[in-house]
Write a protein that binds this ligand. Structure first.
Ligand code: PZK
Length: 332
């Protein structure tokens, strides 16, 4: 209970939840050192915020460059939780860096540097916050579509398929089960809807938005990148069931931007537990989802805090995913 009471306002949590959180938390506490390393918010007063997402913050550096920062925030059931996950921002950043390098012959990317000692002088005062979890990237003219590719049928695609036998206008074989591998990966673009949720669109609709030539280029790139990365990940025991890319135009041409092939932008499934015919356990967020179901959170704000043990075990899953994928050890 100490770990919660010390730095988290319990007023944000309903009474029943507070009790559940405290009782589940008796099991263990997160060490003060671990809690201190968690970054929930960034604040760089001399920079202008360019975009802020559930877990990432992007700042403007100058005309051509942005500062991209991955925090330790975690979202589940569409909300950012009150507790951060130690190392999460560093893991996601290091996974993206790994893929940028792995994919460099296939597609240009927006990375300029992740070496904090090369950042502008004005940022050196934040070096400890930025190290390992940030990148300076080339500002791109972003295309207003999400380039989604699926090798397995899950999530919104499974819902669409059950209702119509199609996904984003693509006819699929009859008799697929939830989480089945598809005969070949499919490109299922989406666009930001007013609701904040992405809305699946057909290739023809995408072509109306950004033009047929660019749509074809983005589709071909998306499929090629997915095939190369998913083949590699599978050899390492991780199924990348689907993933979402964001592309933009820079001096390098059509450029892969944002974070890439992370557990936040993809469905990672442990290959040794793959069992089609049902929803699959998530590599990284399963403890979080299980806990939130257990305490019967109504999935409306305010989002609860996590017991230290749930945050710590989730942290271990992210670090493990990084190691399993890259063979590298995240440094302490
Ligand atoms: C850019 N986002 C998505 C939203 C985030 C990220 N290289 C770039 N050039 C111009 N714009 C972007 C990028 C990148 N990457 C990406 N928004 C703008 C987004 C919220 C938080 F971290």
């Amino acid at each position: 209970m100490y770990a919660i009471a010390r730095d988290r306002p319990l007023t944000k949590i309903s009474l029943g939840l507070e009790y559940a959180t405290i009782s589940a938390c008796r099991i263990s506490l997160m060490s003060p050192e671990l809690l201190d390393s968690v970054l929930l918010h960034t604040d760089f007063p001399e920079l202008k915020l360019h975009a802020s997402g559930k877990v990432r913050d992007v700042y403007t550096l100058d005309q051509d460059r942005l500062l991209f920062v991955a925090t330790d925030r975690i979202s589940a059931f569409d909300y950012v939780l009150a507790t951060g996950v130690p190392h999460k921002g560093r893991v996601l950043t290091q996974i993206s860096l790994f893929w940028f390098e792995f994919l460099r012959d296939l597609v240009p990317n927006h990375l300029l540097t992740a070496d904090v000692s090369q950042y502008p002088a004005a940022l050196q005062q934040y070096a400890d916050q930025l190290r390992g979890r940030s990148m300076i990237v080339a500002r791109a003219e972003m295309f207003p579509v999400e380039c989604v590719v699926r090798g397995y049928i899950s999530g919104s695609a499974w819902k669409e398929y059950k209702a119509s036998g199609r996904v984003c206008g693509i006819e699929l074989p009859k008799g697929l089960r939830e989480s089945d591998r598809l005969p070949e990966p499919i490109f299922t673009p989406s666009t930001k809807a007013v609701s904040g949720h992405d809305e699946n669109i057909s290739f023809a609709e995408m072509s109306k938005l950004v033009g047929p030539e660019l749509s074809g280029q983005l589709r071909d790139l998306t499929l090629a990148v997915y095939v190369k990365a998913a083949d590699y990940a599978l050899q390492k025991g991780i199924i990348i069931a689907d993933t979402k890319f964001e592309f933009g135009r820079t001096a390098r041409g059509i450029t892969l931007a944002d974070e890439v092939l992370t557990p936040d932008s993809s469905r990672f499934w442990p290959a040794d537990k793959y069992a089609p015919g049902q929803a699959q356990e998530s590599f990284d967020k399963q403890y979080v989802r299980d806990y939130l179901e257990e305490i019967r959170w109504n999935k409306r704000p305010p989002a609860p805090a996590l017991p230290a043990e749930v945050a710590r075990r989730t942290s271990e899953k992210y670090v493990e995913a990084y190691h399993q994928l890259t063979g590298l050890v995240l440094d302490a």
